[in-house]
Design a protein around this ligand. Structure first.
Ligand code: HEM
Length: 553
């Protein structure tokens, strides 16, 4: 080959290499064009994530922009780096796809297989096979959704609230970051509800159970982090090597905890409820102790963080919205709840304004802002009648995404979506179940009754004793930071809690808590009476502080 031939050969080789590399890097770009789904031209490497990578928006906020941009379409395409993601934006289409056709979308898109990872793979939200998921769901649903189940865990939640209140009253002089405090509180409650453990992490968080449970909730264990990466990069290899996510010794420890709770006579834990339900199953369908333990562990892997977030956002909104807090306190006073230091759950469960506060928090700050559904059986999304969109054939493994965040902040359904207004959920025009989906759609969340129990009892315990107020460090408005699956407040949830003033005359009972700060002064006599009561308030605060000093020592 002479020099000129060599030159041409090299030139053609470089051109061909360039051509195929370009094709490889841009082949995803034609994906939505072929489906005739609207999308915005992506950058060839970082897709549609420009504002996210520059730190201007979180992915959730970027998707919300697209929900507005493609307002007249049922679906749109988004490029997550080089991966195309199909978002369903029309509420009616979301319901049509995910409810009657739920059997085609059984999986949440995880890569676990219970044959290879028996512990995590047998948790409902992680179960890969559609058949396993439906079998498990039909065993779990009656236990988790039994309306009486939360009531049996009332006492556990109440005693954890006592520990929370003790902790807060020992720090009244400080502005508090509530998420850090709620983290301990939620851990205490979930340990009790799931495994019957009586933890007080405010006093001691060195128990082995705490480390395992928070590791499960956050996946912070470094070995797990490496395993997760390996599962993403080489899933086939990891599966065929039989690598388990959870450490064997940790599983054995949890199984022991499960067995103790399940056999505790008179115990009120999920372990006990599940073990009883399992005994009533046909022998061939019974689950083993390890599988039952995995269901209790679901409280941590699936419920811990969203519940913690819901509590934190609810407390933040109450502090920011004095009128809402006042109305809630009035509801509690009228129902006689403020007289009882530990009102039973049945007495607060159906309070309409308390319910509305919880629902409005779920709307504005949905703890699960994104739903992911993986197609488990081929399915064709029908074409639009006006021919705008052709039918879209989905094969097993394809995913659909729904932004709960964007739906809940759509002005067409929620005027002034930034406003925290529980009245949206009172009266006749409450949002319909197509546009309000904090707990998902189709089979939906199994833990919603437990979430409401925890959040309602905790909010009542706080509001009946304290006035929640913004402090110097409270962020307004709240800024979020990028997080893989949930909502993270960049500057935390700083709040001041001022004790409400106990009533002296005993009219409202021994435990009457009255917010005297808001009693309007009318005449000199009343003024004297009020000042007198302020003295009482100061005495209470002083005594609480004294206690805190004693406790610190
Ligand atoms: C504020 C707290 C919570 C929120 C907002 C929430 C929300 C959700 C959502 C959106 C889904 C997905 C449903 C779908 O894809 O359609 C889900 C599934 C699930 N949640 Fe929750 N959840 C919460 C707490 C809990 C708790 C405490 C548990 C405890 C048992 C739990 C158990 C589950 C389970 C087992 C699933 C999977 C259901 C299935 O695959 O059929 N969740 N949750």
């Amino acid at each position: 080959m002479n020099q000129e031939d060599l030159y041409w050969f090299t030139f053609i080789l470089v051109m061909l290499l360039g051509f195929f590399t370009h094709k490889l890097l841009t082949r995803h770009r034609s994906y939505f064009r072929m489906l005739r789904v609207p999308f915005e031209k992506p950058h060839f490497l970082y897709g549609n994530l420009d504002d996210v990578l520059s730190g201007k928006l979180t992915t959730m906020e970027k998707i919300e922009q697209y929900y507005r941009k493609f307002a007249s379409h049922g679906l749109f395409g988004f490029f997550n780096y080089m991966t195309p993601a199909l978002y369903v934006r029309d509420p009616a289409l979301i319901r049509q796809l995910l409810q009657p056709n739920m059997g085609h979308f059984e999986s949440h898109g995880y890569f676990l297989d219970e044959q290879k990872d028996r512990f995590l793979g047998s948790q409902l939200h992680l179960a890969k096979g559609a058949e396993n998921a439906s079998k498990l769901a039909s065993f779990l649903s009656p236990v988790f959704r039994n309306p009486k189940a939360p009531g049996t865990m009332d006492k556990t939640t109440q005693s954890c609230c006592k520990a929370l209140i003790d902790f807060i009253t020992s720090r009244l002089e400080l502005e508090l970051e509530l998420k850090a405090i709620f983290l301990k509180h939620t851990l205490n409650i979930f340990a009790g509800m799931a495994f019957g453990r009586e933890l007080n992490t405010f006093e001691d968080d060195t128990d082995r159970f705490c480390a395992i449970a928070t590791g499960m909730a956050y996946g912070t264990n470094p070995v797990q982090v490496v395993k997760t990466m390996a599962f993403y990069l080489v899933p086939g290899l990891m599966r065929s090597a039989g690598v388990q996510f959870t450490d064997r010794q940790e599983i054995d420890y949890l199984v022991q905890q499960y067995q103790q709770a399940a056999s505790a006579a008179g115990g009120h834990s999920m372990a006990r409820l599940l073990s009883r339900a399992n005994e009533q199953q046909n022998a061939s369908h019974r689950l083993g102790d390890e599988q039952l333990t995995a269901q209790c562990a679901t409280f941590f892997t699936k419920g811990f963080e969203p519940t913690l977030n819901l509590l934190s956002f609810a407390a933040y909104e109450l502090a920011q919205n004095e009128d809402v807090q006042r109305k809630l306190y009035e509801e509690l006073s009228h129902g006689g709840i403020t007289n009882n230091p530990s009102p039973p759950y049945d007495s607060i469960r159906s309070l309409p304004y308390l319910e509305a506060v919880v629902l409005e928090t779920l709307r504005k700050w949905p703890p699960h802002p994104l739903l992911v559904r993986e197609c488990t059986k081929p399915f064709t999304i029908p074409a639009t009648e006006n021919g705008d969109r052709a039918s879209i054939p989905l094969k097993a493994g394809d995913k659909l995404y729904v932004s709960v965040w964007a739906l809940h902040r759509n002005e067409d359904y929620y005027p002034q979506p930034e406003r925290f207004d529980p009245n949206r959920f009172t009266g006749k025009d409450v949002p319909n179940s197509d546009t309000f989906i904090p707990f998902g759609i189709g089979r939906g969340c199994l833990g919603q009754e437990f979430v409401k129990l925890v959040v309602k009892i905790t909010l009542v315990a706080l509001v009946q004793r304290f006035t929640l107020k913004p402090g110097e460090r409270t962020a307004e408005p709240l800024k979020l930071i990028e997080s893989a699956s949930s909502l993270e407040a960049r500057d935390g949830f700083w709040i001041r809690l001022e004790p409400r003033i106990p009533q002296r005359d005993g009219v409202a009972g021994a435990m009457g808590w009255l917010d005297l700060v808001r009693v309007p002064p009318v005449g000199p006599e009343e003024q004297d009476a009020i000042e007198d009561r302020f003295d009482v308030r100061n005495t209470v605060v002083a005594s609480l502080r004294k206690n805190s000093i004693t406790r610190k020592r």
